[in-house]
Design a protein around this ligand. Structure first.
Ligand code: NAI
Length: 629
């Protein structure tokens, strides 16, 4: 097989930035003409590119505008080291494994390129770049004009002089990189678009490489990841937080995002080649949508609920679903605290009276929360956090949960709901929405509460018998109440809110916004992509809604085989039989099942026969199979 050489550009390819721009900022830092000179440099660069001046002239003119000293170069190197392209960072292995065949070519300068690329294992002798000439005070006074890289067509000339005996693949973002191929010196030119895209360059490329992963994949050199992330297409709907979009893009995925949701027909069309789908609460992921989703690996619900997804069908198809169950816990807790304070002071009525011009200054029926008994029904994420904060504000906390839950702080555990209802001055519901919780609080439960109780529901609408609540407010048994969730909620902001609770005294009604804060949205935007990428990169399913939860160690020096199958007996044995038949050493193995599927992760030694993969895929009841390198 012919030798292969990889010739890689530096500016905007190896690093995300153009070193010259950064150098201008550093060397002109605090200079009164900084902006003006940068503009001039831009203009000179443009004239160099369009051919109205030669490359040599452009270099001379640009350098004349910059008072560069060695000290500046030191600073430049530190900044460039921070700005290495993401896909280069994650493919360090490539540089060390192929050090003899990798060349860095640049019209930039060795003085700042060498420290950056040698840190990745590139050999100093394989760096083809210009060199500065310094005066006695370490100021740059010019450059080595005998170096072909300081002239037009320099890259081709320089490469030609090396006479490399084999195939040459060039990867870069600029026209000068393409010129190497045009000069007949390279077999293929890959346009690198991770940092910049230039139309003129794209049209000349043999391949477009949105990341180094793609370049390695096309050349069968990939080791860091099994499949280039740019080939994994991610569709994000319903205006998910920008932090999610930019994070997934920076990880190298091909991300498409839409501000609105899509209806079933639109989604069926759009989802065809999508590997990861991100939605919020409005998009219905029906079995029909899932049928159209040929490549779907995972769904991220950028919200709490997952009712909008046909989970059973997703599971049957081996599609992992993730959500963000705890991202808005704090927001709900803060609202509950605020409401308790406001209701104990009768503020809803007082505020309304003021708007009507009524001045009712009196302490009657107004209380501090300090020393009051707070009864928390449902001591999960929200209930437990509320417990801690309420106690810090001086409340005495009682709680009841149907499951065994450890008391936080000095909270008192109640053995029954009735016990809690009898004790509490304030009753607040934080149970989940399981069917059996329908009308958990009705007439019988209100009867058990203290007269003048304050009542809050920020959990789920069907948990409270609304008619019973209305009657107890009107009778004065409930002295104040806050409700954020309702059995019937309008579908959108245009529909009228209809409820027997409208117009009642000391009653705070809010449109299901307990968890709706900027912070919660940002938390969700960070949490869900983290789970999705963990799943794609490592196979980890921790917190998945429908997959058996497995948290996996990071993969070191092994291949990871990820096998999803219908939960029938004997599959693990079949997998291990195949591996044994091929004499493969298992480094680690993890299995978890749920009602529907089995999830087996097997880490094996680096060397294996490709036939194994075929046989594993062919095992009966296999739903999905993939390999991580
Ligand atoms: P979680 O699942 O962590 O906690 C729920 C707790 O309630 C569990 O400990 C469970 O054992 C307990 N529970 C269930 N039924 C019970 C019963 N009948 N009696 C006593 N305990 C019972 O849930 P998390 O995250 O704390 O959320 C609580 C509720 O808040 C959920 O219904 C959720 O949908 C709702 N929520 C509302 C938001 C809003 O915008 N208003 C935002 C976020 C959550």
């Amino acid at each position: 097989m012919a030798n292969k050489y990889f010739v890689i550009d530096f500016d905007s390819t190896f690093t995300k930035v153009e070193a010259f721009d950064v150098l201008a900022d550093i060397s002109l830092h605090g200079h009164p003409e900084l902006a003006a000179r940068k503009k001039q440099i831009e203009e000179i660069t443009r004239r160099g590119m369009d051919g109205s001046i030669s490359f040599r002239e452009s270099l001379e003119q640009r350098l004349a505008l910059l008072p560069i000293n060695r000290i500046h170069l030191g600073k430049l190197v530190s900044q460039l080291k921070e700005k290495v392209s993401e896909s280069f960072k994650r493919n360090r292995d490539f540089f060390t494994t192929h050090a003899d065949s990798i060349y860095i070519i640049s019209n930039g300068f060795r003085e700042f390129i060498e420290p950056v690329v040698t840190a990745y294992g590139v050999k100093p002798a394989n760096i083809l770049a210009n060199e500065f000439v310094f005066d006695d005070h370490d100021n740059v006074k010019g450059f080595d004009t005998t170096n072909p890289l300081s002239s037009n067509n320099g890259k081709s000339e320089r490469l030609k002089s090396l006479n490399l005996p084999g195939d040459i693949y060039v990867i870069g973002d600029g026209y000068t990189d393409y010129e190497i191929k045009r000069a007949g010196l390279a077999n293929k030119f890959f346009a690198f678009t991770e940092n910049v895209e230039r139309e003129q360059v794209l049209s000349k490329a043999d391949h477009v490489a949105p990341s180094l992963d793609e370049f390695l994949y096309l050349n069968k050199l990939n080791t860091a990841i099994s499949y280039p992330k740019n080939r994994i297409s991610v569709l994000l709907l319903e205006n998910v937080h920008p932090v999610a979009i930019s994070w997934m893009k920076s990880e190298g995925f091909s991300v498409e995002s839409y501000p609105a949701g899509l209806n079933e027909a639109e989604l069926c069309e759009k989802v065809k080649n999508v590997s990861v789908l991100g939605i919020r609460s409005k998009t219905q992921v029906t079995s029909k949508v899932l049928d159209s989703a040929n490549r779907l690996m995972a769904i991220g619900a950028f919200c709490i609920g997952t009712n909008q997804i046909d989970l059973a069908e997703a599971t049957r198809k081996g599609i992992a679903v993730f959500n963000a169950p705890f991202s808005n816990t704090r927001s709900v807790v803060e609202l509950a605290i605020g409401e308790i304070i406001v209701l104990l002071r009768n503020i809803p009525d007082k505020s309304q009276h003021m708007h009507q011009g009524k001045w009712d200054k009196s302490a009657r029926g107004s209380y501090e929360i300090r020393g009051k008994r707070l009864g928390i029904v449902g001591y999960g994420n929200i209930g437990a956090q509320l417990s801690v904060i309420a106690e810090n504000l001086g409340m005495k906390v009682y709680y009841y949960d149907r499951e065994e839950k450890l008391a936080l702080g000095n909270a008192t555990k109640c053995r029954s709901l009735d016990e809690l209802l009898a004790a509490a001055d304030v009753v607040t519901l934080h149970v989940d929405g399981r069917d059996s919780n329908t009308n958990l609080i009705g007439h019988a439960q209100f009867n058990k509460m203290k007269p003048g109780v304050i009542f809050l529901n920020l959990s789920r609408g069907h948990v409270v018998d609304i008619q019973a609540l209305r009657e107890n407010i009107l009778s004065g048994k409930v002295a104040g109440c806050a409700v954020d969730v309702f059995p019937d909620e309008p579908i959108d902001n245009h529909e009228e809110f209809v409820s027997p609770l409208r117009g009642l005294p000391n009653t705070l009604l809010t449109p299901h916004i307990g968890g709706s804060t900027a912070e919660a949205q940002e938390n969700i935007g960070m949490f869900v992509p983290g789970k999705l990428m963990d799943y794609i990169n490592t196979g980890s399913t921790s917190n998945s809604v429908n997959f058996p939860n497995l948290t996996l160690p990071t993969l070191e020096n092994a291949h990871r085989l990820i096998h999803i199958h219908n939960n029938v007996p004997g599959i693990l044995a079949r997998i291990n039989q195949v591996l044994a038949n091929h004499g493969i050493n298992i480094v680690g193995q993890y299995l978890k099942t749920n009602e529907w599927i089995g999830y087996v992760i097997t880490d094996i030694n680096k060397e294996y026969d490709k036939e194994v993969i075929k046989e594993l895929r062919a095992i009966e009841h296999t739903i999905k199979f993939r390999v991580l390198y």
